[in-house]
Design a protein around this ligand. Sequence first.
Ligand code: CP
Ligand code: NVA
Length: 313
Amino acid sequence: MADHFLTLDSLGPTGVREILDLSHRFKREPDRHRGALAGGRVGMIFDKPSTRTRVSLEDAAWALGMLPIVLRPDELQLGHGETVADTARVLSRYLSALTIRTFAHARVEELAAHATIPIINALTDEHHPCQALADVMTLEEVFGDLRGRRIAFVGDGNNVAHSLIQAAGSLGFTLVVATPEGYRPDAAIVAAAREHASASGGAVEVVGDPRVAVAGADAVYTDVWASMGKEHEREERRRVFAGYTVDAAMMAAAGPGAIFLHCLPAHRGDEVTDEVIDGPGSRVWDQAENRVYTEQALLYALITGDRLGARLG
Ligand code: CP
Ligand code: NVA
């Protein structure tokens, strides 16, 4: 059975560590793995828009020597009567791996259940594990070992928050999530991460007050208040999330030298001010760049099974 990457937990704590180590190495030594998967093909289904994920995945595939094939929903028979299972069976005969960005997480699970090639979640309503790999890589570039570090996530308890919660559980840092009531992260995801955290030394806290979350934080992370598919709630959410904007005062309430992270796209003036995202503590462009190395590592490791990069010398 192929290894899939549906959530950050799919890899297990050891697997996450291995992919991150490979990602750092791929960034340091960009030539060692160039063309390592020559002749491979990776399909990429996008049911939602994307700038970073699409371009970084194509970039990663190209660097490894693979043909990237981007598939928009209107170009596929999926959605015109063909089932997810049959799509998975057929695409498995053509491709080395398949990435999918879609709405319901169950759709990705169904694809994985019927595919014989690795399926990579490129964002669902519930998870964004590719993003979490780049987030952690960026944090490690600044802080080294994350054990004992405190990261604040301020905003909606969404897909990005869920994947970061899983990262805290497996890598042993403390994540404090601040959301308004009614926008909390999924309780089952939090509970599972807390269980993993008991082994890794990490912790996951969920609070209402953003000032409590950022106090003493090494990094402050935020994301859009209305994710893709929730755009119709934007005005209501602007009212509910008033007070959750990461501005200079919020950053000043964080630990000394705290950095700012955002998965992007940012809605400047809502969840973050220009002053913060363009300020000296912002690492958002490194974070976006790191999507390429983490996805190279992911594609390489899942397709070859060589998670340590041993075959690359
Ligand atoms: N962060 C991220 O996934 O961005 P895109 O929606 O542009 O892919
Ligand atoms: N939470 C956001 C992330 C975008 C990369 C969304 O799902 O729209």
